[in-house]
Design a binder for this molecule. Sequence first.
Ligand SMILES: Cc1ncc(COP(=O)(O)O)c(C=O)c1O
Length: 369
Amino acid sequence: MARRAAELRAAGRDVIDLTLGEPDFAPPAHVGEAAVEAALRPLGYTPSNGIPALREAALAAIARDRGLLYGGDEIAVGCGAKQVIFNAFMATLTKGDEVIIPTPYWASYPDMVRLVGASPVFIHCPAGTGFRLSPDDLAAAITPRTRWIIINAPGNPSGVDYDGEHLHALAEVLRRHPHVMAMSDEIYAHIRYADEAYASLAMVAPDLRSRILIVDGVSKAYAMTGWRVGWGFGPADLIARISAIQGQNCTQTATLSQIAAVAALTGPQQVLAERKAIYRARRDSGVALLSRSDHLQTITPAGAFYLFPALKRGLDDVAVADRLLEAGVATVPGSAFGAPGHLRLSFATELGTLDEGCRRIVAALGASL
Ligand SMILES: Cc1ncc(COP(=O)(O)O)c(C=O)c1O
């Protein structure tokens, strides 16, 4: 949809693009300054699991932000969170293995699972339950071939968030199935709107830590998607295998990017709160505008930067997204995330543009249905 929106724009059409899955900000200024300074020095290869300064900064960040203490052999660094996830699957999965993926999901998970020959197993998590994975549904989906469950919170595209109580119930299921690992994708952990402190599986179930891989990085929090730096915290044996795959794949993520990521993690952090306030204002404005449509049901997302309204009356999301594009606003149909009947709108978009996009959606739905 982003490509089609760009084509229409190139042809002179007025199209608002709400498809983007990345912050619309620049990285904090000190990140760029550190990179410029480093670029003038010789930059060679680094260890495949990252420069020590980056590993130390990421370990200090998770200790500071989530109270989790990991050792130097419990962190792997990759080209974005995405590569860490892929390396972990490659290190652990074989044909016939299963990975449980709650829907709606980040569109890359199922393809990554399939690429290494394993099978995604989807659990439908309806809007009515806040898109949360039910512990009973999880228990019912686990088989002897299950290798991983994925928990992504705050979630893309739904903004789902979990409280400690819910995570305790999921942990209880995992305790009954010791062959299952949990991938906790926490890439949006710094973009949360709830007042309660962040809770994640490793925080509420320390006894399961040897079975949990936390994935995080600088992409979303520090607006550094293009720099390609992410990391994973987990048990040393898994981390060693992930790093071995990294080393034979592209050796390491770019040295310059690693230096920039250190600057992001160790520099002033108030940019996180400032940008969260901006996202929150956009979210609230978008939800208010979409609520004017009789055809949409929008849950206020607890995190990340997407609105994920449900289309009422069984409307087809792909057809609606096509029609909205014609009306001058690009969205992503929920089918791309395993959730037909929804649309994803990114509010990583300047407020005035987002508002105009939402008005166009409401008008187009109202006019054509
Ligand atoms: C849920 C989720 N996980 C991981 C990623 C990938 O992050 P990175 O850019 O660090 O690879 C994304 C990017 O869209 C995402 O939405």
